[in-house]
Design a protein around this ligand. Structure first.
Ligand code: NIG
Ligand code: FE
Length: 404
């Protein structure tokens, strides 16, 4: 295998690989630029080796981690980044006692429809850059604030400029022009809208909730999406108990997201099927709801992912470190479980084998923390601790030099 350039990170205080039985081990890590798996003209850097310093291979450049921790880049498997406007007044009103309502989405739909491509692209790129600086090297991005054929297609095409993990969420809420006619809108989503959108997406999502779409409607959207070659994922059981998790499993979804209100039957589904339970603690923070019971899921053996749900309504954070801190403090996840869920868990929710871990063959997406261990992400909440981020072996944000 050709190695045009290789980088060795050495003197790592704690190396989180997610690749072995023990979550964390110490030692250096090497990444190499080598031909991408596709064999195409592009080069993708992969992690070529991890292990003890004494056995480190020769490398073109050496980075001294100076006792700091290295972990895989975060995989944020749930975000809504194509939108215009903001809803800080709605947030402030909630904090003053008003409840969260799914209808707030329509405020953003109106602003998004009115926005130019240039404005939407600028906002999207600003958020994507914000994510990268905070260690997110893979993220998913949904449409869902357009809700017309043209506006949904536009949202997906913009999202595809910044990530391959693009999700068609035409079934976010029923738009005003279909008020009182859910069936008419579901027909549009499953017909002309899907036809226009499927070529630009990998995933299909539906908000299955009172005030959005019921079980039958959600199942219809997911089945149509599947028939068009998309893989389902579901906004499930966010605002109250409901059929979302069951619908997700029946549709063969990769992930059921939110999972805030789960029955025993829902827990059984999540432990007996490959559906990943994606928890979005930013949404509970931003809507002042009770956090989902992560311990119940983990203790019964479900696969748990953590994601930001970054959107202007319920969870306007792009920060995976913040979500890790919430998961540890308020969802009783251990620091190891939370970091696993924010990396390998997200990769599982996106059915990706090349990210969320560091080991031979994984993409060299990694974070150098300004701290000696992964636990500091929760131990020092709100403090910027992402020293440097590599994406496919290239330094993409920050600096590996130790701060003074
Ligand atoms: O994941 N649940 C539906 N969608 C978003 C909220 C979007 C909004 O309020 O604008 C969510 O929380
Ligand atoms: Fe969401």
């Amino acid at each position: 295998m050709a190695h045009p350039h290789s980088t060795l990170i050495t003197r790592i205080g704690e190396l989180v690989t997610n690749d072995s039985v023990s979550l964390a081990c110490s030692g250096p890590l090497a990444s190499s630029s080598s031909p991408g798996a596709s064999g195409g003209p592009g080069f993708a850097a992969i992690t070529a080796w991890t292990g003890p310093a004494a056995r480190a291979p020769a490398a073109d450049s050496i980075i001294d981690a100076d006792g700091r921790a290295v972990l895989p880049g975060f995989v944020d498997s749930h975000a809504h980044l194509v939108f215009a406007g903001e809803r800080s007044a709605e947030f402030a009103a909630r904090m003053a006692g008003l409840p969260y309502q799914a209808g707030g989405i329509l405020t953003t739909v109106a602003a998004t429809r009115a926005a130019t491509d240039v404005a939407l692209r600028a906002n999207l790129r600003r958020l994507a850059a914000e994510m990268l600086r905070q260690g997110t090297t893979t993220f998913e991005c949904k449409s869902g604030y357009g809700l017309t054929v043209a506006d949904e297609k536009r949202g997906l095409m913009l999202a595809a400029e910044v990530t391959p993990e693009v999700t068609f969420l035409g079934a976010h809420v029923v738009p005003p022009e279909f008020a009182g006619d859910v069936t008419g809108y579901v027909d549009l989503v499953c017909g002309p809208m899907l036809d226009a959108c499927a070529p630009h997406a990998r995933w299909v999502d539906v908000f299955c909730e009172d005030g959005a779409f019921g079980a039958e409607e959600a199942a219809a959207v997911l089945a149509a999406g599947r028939a068009a070659g998309l893989v389902p994922r579901v906004h499930a059981n966010q605002l109250g108990p409901g059929p979302g998790v069951r619908v997700a499993a029946e549709a063969g979804a990769a992930s059921a997201d939110h999972c805030t209100f789960l029955s025993d039957a829902d827990i059984d589904v999540l432990t007996s099927t490959p559906v990943v339970a994606t928890l979005l603690p930013g949404a509970e923070f931003g809507t002042r709801q009770l956090f989902p019971d992560a311990r119940r899921l983990l203790d019964t053996g479900a696969t748990v992912a953590l994601a930001t749900d970054c959107n202007p309504g319920s969870s306007f954070t792009s920060s995976m470190p913040f979500c890790v801190a919430l998961a540890v403090r308020d969802m009783r996840m251990t620091t190891q479980e939370a970091v696993w869920a924010a990396t390998a868990g997200g990769a599982a929710a996106l059915r990706r084998l090349d990210v969320g871990r560091l080991g031979a063959g994984a993409r060299a997406d990694l974070i150098l923390l300004d701290a000696p261990s992964h636990a500091y992400l929760a131990y020092r909440p709100g403090v910027p601790q992402i020293a440097a981020v590599w994406q496919a072996g290239r330094l993409a944000a920050g600096s590996p030099l130790s701060s003074p």
